[in-house]
Design a protein around this ligand. Structure first.
Ligand code: ADP
Length: 465
């Protein structure tokens, strides 16, 4: 469930809960108040009636309604004498022979009770009438509860409609505000993902809203982090490039001196050979590092032209088959005529790195196959081998500089690998707006796929300025 839905549900149920509680309290208070008013009316009427009561000559209860006592329309009166029964009933209930509230269930003091006569709900005040200690009769004054019930019904309807409408409004308001707030966050996430995908730390997240609100602050903090990272990466690239340049000169001097010593016949040949090969190795590594530093920063100039990939693939296969010797088979699989736009030498370097790796890591008797084809508007070069495969935990890292899978550190004893070849290939392909992917199964082999945009003709190829 999305955050927006969760927040909307939470706030809507909160508003609904509060209104429900409020409704219950209001309903109860209004009901109590209305019943209190009726009780008041009953008490006043009963008191007036008790005042107008007499004992007649034969000792029976008699009641004369005072001329100024007007019974309210909904008020009913009954006077019950203990011995003779009903002595008086107000006009509207003169036909009623039953007491308004059963007399045998009444306590000895005045009491208010809710009763039902026929279909009508009544509130009845029963007042016991005594002479000395003797109970002589009961006065019952009742009033219809219809007005209370009607008011309760109306109140219930108003409260229910009010609650539902408020919940609807709250849901809309919360949904709208969270949509506004979260859509800014969504934009931040999208730009952050684009930055990651494009490996472009120079980009910043734009924000139109007020910079002091929470999202503005988040974006500012994120942009500051990006700025810092960009500085660090630039410093690191500069460092690698500077050190590379500085190391080249002493290496050239050492190499020159080794050659001189050889010519002069001084020094032992084995040591000179070892120094010579280590100097070559270091020179190659520094060359790779410098190339990587330039290609990573996008500063490597590309000599862009139409490249016939089929010819290039054949050239690479011819060149690398020497490395395979008789150890394994290096074959051309499917091949199509494919044109791409790019720097021929750099693209050749990518293919050389991938095919040389395949040959280097595939054991004797294995097979390396190179395919070239088209898929939609992309050229697809696939280099697959039947080598040992790359462990799943290494796969996400193999395009990182100096990364070498644990086994490769021990397997290649020629000491040629530095873990830079795939990084260089990755960045060259990226600089050609292409993609490089790897699939590998331990014990089955590894497949590298390179995707490059197809070029239809010369016109498509704009050399870099
Ligand atoms: P290296 O100089 O070590 O070959 P790369 O950058 O070319 O450096 O490759 C990085 C790592 O990826 C290698 O050390 C190796 O572990 C792994 N790797 C590359 N290609 C293959 C392959 N075809 N088969 C198995 N492992 C490979």
């Amino acid at each position: 469930m999305s955050l927006r839905v969760r927040l909307t549900l939470l706030y809507t149920s909160l508003v609904g809960g509060i209104l429900l509680l409020f409704g219950i309290v209001v309903y109860q208070l209004v009901s109590i108040n209305l019943v209190d008013q009726i009780d008041d009316l009953l008490a006043r009427t009963a008191s007036d009636l008790v005042d107008s009561m007499r004992l007649n000559a034969v000792g029976e209860l008699d009641m004369e309604l005072a001329p100024d006592l007007e019974l309210a329309t909904n008020v009913y009166v009954q006077l019950w004498e203990r011995n003779t029964g009903l002595r008086f009933a107000s006009a509207s209930i003169s036909h009623l022979r039953e007491p308004l509230d059963p007399l045998d269930q009444l306590p000895a003091e005045p009491v208010y009770r809710a009763t039902k006569v026929g279909e009508t709900d009544l509130r009845v005040l029963s007042v016991p009438l005594s002479l000395g200690n003797r109970l002589v009769g009961t006065l019952q004054v009742g009033a219809s509860l219809a007005i209370v019930e009607a008011t309760q019904r109306t109140l219930l309807t108003v409260l229910a409609i009010g609650t539902v409408a408020s919940m609807g409004l709250a849901a809309m308001a919360v949904s709208l505000t969270t949509y506004q707030a979260l859509s800014s966050l969504e934009r931040v996430t999208n730009v952050a993902l684009q930055i990651t995908r494009a490996d472009d730390l120079s980009r910043r997240i734009p924000y139109q809203g007020p910079p002091e609100d929470e999202i503005g602050q988040l974006i500012q903090a994120f942009n500051q982090t990006l700025g810092r990272l960009e500085n660090l990466f630039n410093a690191q690239r500069r460092f690698v490039a500077d050190v590379g340049h500085e190391l080249r000169t002493p290496l050239t001097v050492i190499k020159g001196n080794v050659n001189l010593m050889r010519r002069l016949g001084c020094g032992d040949e084995e040591s000179l050979g070892s120094i010579d090969s280590e100097v070559d190795r270091l020179t190659r590594m520094i060359g790779d590092l410098l190339l990587l530093a330039r290609v990573e920063s996008g500063k490597l100039p590309l000599d862009t032209q139409i490249v016939e990939m089929d010819t290039l693939v054949l050239e690479v296969l011819q060149q690398t088959s020497v490395l395979a010797e008789d150890r394994l088979q290096v074959q051309l699989g499917e091949i199509d005529q494919v044109l791409v736009c790019g720097d021929r030498d750099r693209l050749k370097q990518v293919l050389l790195n991938l095919v040389e790796n395949a040959i280097k890591y595939t054991p004797e008797g294995g097979e390396v196959v190179v395919d070239l084809g088209k898929s939609e508007n992309q050229a697809r070069i696939v280099i697959s081998d039947t080598g040992p495969g790359i462990p799943a935990e290494d796969l996400p890292h193999i395009f990182e500089r100096f990364y070498r899978a644990e086994k490769s550190r021990t397997r290649t004893k020629d000491g040629k690998g530095f873990g830079l070849g795939l990084s260089i290939a990755y960045w060259i392909v990226r600089n050609h707006d292409g993609q490089i992917e790897v699939q590998s199964e331990i014990g089955e082999g590894t497949t590298f796929s390179v995707w490059l945009p197809l070029a239809e003709g010369e016109a498509d190829c704009q050399p870099e300025v």
